[in-house]
Design a protein around this ligand. Structure first.
Ligand code: IPM
Ligand code: MG
Length: 350
């Protein structure tokens, strides 16, 4: 078992350090090697996804990533922006299936901005297509046309791209409550009419799973109105980007949400759903739990070690029950801790 560890930018190195400690404590014989991705890589090599990192990531069984990005790189040319590194590694490794679970831990019911009865017991899985759509579509650019600037991007999907992500969603639903809601914008966009057609076809292969469809604007509304109606939600790259941030806040803090990005053979990249949080970077206050839970997802999906994954998740539940809280999930009466102390608490609970 070999993993490539990419701390990245902002709070990335701090939260990754805690996840690495947890993995080491489990003593599973996992080999870990670190490399650079994102802004730190741009500064050191000129590229957000340098060759050395590509080699390591391709050779590893899994990649554990902190986060990339920060304001200091926002004005770089596009190919030298941290986000390019992230999109590059997703595309190069063929990580088309992004799983973003949004689970509300009962201890955090009050951390959500929604009423506890709306979110209590929430357990949604967002399955986001990750290597297609308008994120990667050509042509794209900003040009001068007819004497003014003209910006354009292209949304496209092949039916095979749609079918494979729908299949992931149906398979996931079979292990849960057997409901898939496919999200599109078929009333306006042809590309997503195809999405709906293929979703219906793929649904026929999975008669034991209930399939519904929702337009993306309605889905955004339903997520805050009655989020518990959803089990698995499957959608394209851009809609999934937006809806998964929205879903994360139902749970109180995006600082709690792990994610897995998988290829067809369960090789995966595991990262917290949140970003690099430059405003709190280096202060030791970031919540490392999403990254620690991402390491658990790695053990489950890539290494098929359900027991070890369960141990990490159990330890996280325990520290929440013990009242340890980083700033993002803090409420009066709880014990406020920093990144390292939260890591310590998880290790103790393990
Ligand atoms: C995410 C992020 C990325 C995305 C950015 C950083 C490129 O928002 O993983 O959701 O848009 O996919
Ligand atoms: Mg996003």
């Amino acid at each position: 078992m070999k993993i490539c560890v990419l701390p990245g930018d902002g709070i990335g190195p701090e939260i990754i350090a805690e996840a690495v400690r947890v993995l080491k404590a489990l003593d599973l014989g996992i080999e870990m090697e670190e490399a650079m991705l994102g802004g730190c890589a741009v500064d050191a090599t000129g590229s957000p996804y340098p060759d050395a990192t590509q080699k390591l990531a391709q050779a590893a069984d899994a990649v554990l990533l902190g986060a990339v990005g920060g304001p200091q790189w926002d004005n770089n040319p596009r190919e030298q922006r941290p986000e390019r590194g992230l999109l590059g590694i997703r595309k190069q490794l063929g990580l088309f299936a992004n799983l973003r679970p949004a689970i509300l831990y009962p201890e955090l019911a009050n951390a959500s901005t929604l009423k506890p009865e709306v979110v209590a017991g929430l357990d949604i899985l967002i399955v986001r297509e990750l290597t297609g759509d308008i994120y990667f579509g050509q042509p794209r650019g900003i040009e001068t046309r007819n004497g003014e600037r003209f910006g354009f991007n292209t949304m496209h999907y092949t039916e095979s791209e749609i079918r494979r992500i729908l299949r992931v969603a149906f398979e996931a639903a079979r292990k849960r409550n057997r409901k898939v809601c496919s999200v599109d914008k078929m009333n306006v966009l042809e590309c997503t009419q195809l999405w709906r057609d293929v979703a219906i076809e793929t649904g026929r292969e999975h008669p034991d799973v209930e399939l519904s469809h929702m337009l993306v604007d309605n889905a955004a509304m339903q997520l805050v109105k009655n989020p518990k109606q959803f089990d698995v939600m499957v959608t394209g790259n851009m809609f999934g980007d937006i809806l998964s941030d929205e879903a994360s806040m139902l749970t109180g803090s995006i600082g709690m949400l792990p994610s897995a990005s998988l290829d067809a053979n369960n090789k995966g990249l595991y990262e917290p759903s949140h970003g690099s949080a430059p405003d709190i970077a280096g202060k030791g206050v970031a919540n490392p739990l999403a990254t620690i839970l991402s390491a658990a997802m790695m053990l489950r999906y890539t290494f098929a070690d359900e027991a070890a994954a369960g141990r990490i998740e159990g330890a996280v539940k325990k520290v929440l029950a013990q009242g340890f809280r980083t700033g993002d999930i803090y409420e009066p009466g709880m014990t406020k801790v920093g990144t390292r102390e939260m890591g310590d608490a998880v290790l103790a609970a393990l």
